[in-house]
Design a protein around this ligand. Structure first.
Ligand code: PMP
Ligand code: GLN
Length: 380
């Protein structure tokens, strides 16, 4: 059979590659971002209760209404921003499906989409498979700060969308108010849609406030906000997330969503809705992960890795330039095979494999795992 790949340059994601290598070499896996401890028993019980109470058939296409109400309440509480639960919030199969569906609903042949690199890996393939083209703005370690003049110079009449991600995976940086205002200024009076990937909104450190796109009036009118319960409730395998957007944008999203997935796992949605009635379930996350970040950083303080403390997400980037000048992918593989610790090389998320000699370590792990990992890192 003859066929032409629609994604000829796409291989297997680095997360899958590194997790498989970690398993093969029995290494501590700080590569792919997922917790190695169990989530809340109360949440598990609420999902079981939902199953026993009959939430076992298709959820409404836009999501279980109790969950959409709980999400709407959260936006009122945290950002004093309203999203109509019936018209402006849709529950998705993780943030990944929300992102794919948003891009599919709006991107056509030759449309341009601005992305900031290093970029989370699901953005570009979704743009390309829909015939669009990504235009990248390359950022650099250790601060990953944005040159807004460069962004301005890359906008054109073909620019249809800008994808932003704060707190940022993989760098662990966050955008300032100035960044958000610059974005708003650049997009004002345009038809550009903003896809604001905010899956780590509840993991921000040092008393900083997460700046959601919905806090900025003009940006809110053109933004989809995507979120992931997998990140918030420590159960990445459930693949439940959601997106919010003004009604006009959301109605286009749902035209695709209904044929892309229609609806997602119903008992989990009901269980999460009940669990979210207590806002501490998500508000407590900052402190929970800040303690883990600080523990990890104090444990590796004697190592040869150079540190810029993560400002958000559950990832810490470490600079290994004092140890070796090896290419980061090679060094990550060597660490896994020889030292039995797996991390993610950042060059795979950059233009032309730009290598800043940094690796990303996930600290959503038990304290015991962090102690063992640090013992290894300190000896390298
Ligand atoms: N965006 C970013 C920045 C992520 O790190 C992830 C992984 N959680 C996703 C999107 C996808 O989230 P989900 O697992 O809910 O699909
Ligand atoms: N979001 C996770 C990470 O950044 C990976 C999810 C995946 O494996 N696709 O590590």
């Amino acid at each position: 059979m003859n066929y032409k790949s629609k994604l000829p340059n796409v291989g297997t994601t680095i997360f899958t590659v590194m997790s498989a290598l970690a398993n093969e070499y029995n290494a501590i896996n700080l590569s792919q971002g997922f917790p190695n401890y169990t989530g809340s028993q109360k949440l598990n019980d609420l999902v079981t209760k939902a199953m026993n109470n009959g939430y076992n058939q298709y959820a409404p296409m836009a999501g279980n209404l109790d969950l959409r109400l709980a999400i709407g309440h959260k936006y009122e509480l945290l950002y004093k921003s309203s999203y109509h639960p019936e018209k402006e919030i849709t529950v998705t199969a993780g943030a990944t499906q929300a992102i794919y569906t948003i891009i599919s609903a709006f991107i056509r042949l030759n449309d341009e989409v601005i992305i900031f690199k290093p970029a989370y890996d699901c953005y570009a393939p979704a743009v390309e498979i829909n015939g669009g083209k990504t235009i990248s703005v390359q950022l650099s370690a250790p601060h990953y700060s944005v040159n807004w003049d460069e962004v301005a110079s890359k906008l054109s009449s073909k620019t249809k969308m800008i994808i932003i991600n704060t707190p940022h995976n993989p760098s662990g940086t966050i955008w300032s108010e100035d960044d958000m205002l610059q974005l708003q200024k650049l997009t004002q009076n345009t038809d550009i849609i903003v896809l604001s990937d905010e899956v780590y909104e509840h993991i921000v450190f040092d008393d900083t406030q997460h700046l959601s796109a919905c806090l900025f009036n003009d940006s809110k009118q053109r933004s989809f906000i995507t979120a992931s319960f997998g990140k918030t409730f420590h159960n990445t395998g459930w693949k439940i997330g959601y997106c919010c957007a003004p009604e006009n944008l959301m109605s286009e999203f749902r035209k695709v969503h209904q044929f892309n997935v229609f609806s997602v796992h119903h008992p989990s949605q009901k269980g999460i809705a009940d669990y979210m009635q207590d806002s501490e379930t998500y508000l407590g996350l900052n402190a929970f992960f800040q303690r883990k970040r600080d523990l990890f950083l104090s444990l590796i303080s004697e190592s040869r890795f150079k540190v810029q403390p993560s400002k958000g997400t559950y990832f810490q980037v470490l600079d290994y330039s004092e140890i070796t000048d090896a290419y980061d992918v090679d060094f990550a593989k060597r660490l896994t095979k020889e030292f039995k610790i797996a991390a993610i090389p950042l060059s795979v998320f950059n233009d032309n494999h730009k290598d800043d000699k940094v690796l990303r370590f996930c600290f959503a792990k038990t304290d015991e795992t962090l102690v063992k990992a640090s013992e290894i890192l300190t000896k390298i």
